[in-house]
Design a protein. Structure first.
Length: 84
């Protein structure tokens, strides 16, 4: 029987917010940065080895977010596998 939230009378939504508040704040900040850069029309230039890639800054922000989310998911999955 889980005791998360049962002693203090908290519902599951409040428990969810308490555990993930930092992730929620970071996602909101990411959305703000992406929206601001979408209206600015700025371009980001990436240099990788011999290639050059020019893309809108908002797209780069979203790509970095997706890569970070995938890495976090893989690391959490590996940690859970080691514990279990």
């Amino acid at each position: 029987m889980s005791q998360t939230g049962s002693r203090t009378g908290e519902n599951s939504f409040v428990t969810f917010l308490k555990r993930r508040w930092l992730a929620i704040v970071l996602i909101v900040l990411l959305a703000i940065v992406a929206i601001q850069n979408a209206f600015g029309g700025d371009k980001a230039t990436l240099f990788a080895l011999w290639g050059k890639l020019v893309m809108p800054t908002w797209a780069l922000v979203l790509i970095v977010f997706v890569v970070g989310a995938i890495v976090g998911w893989v690391l959490a999955r590996n940690r859970a596998a080691r514990k279990g």
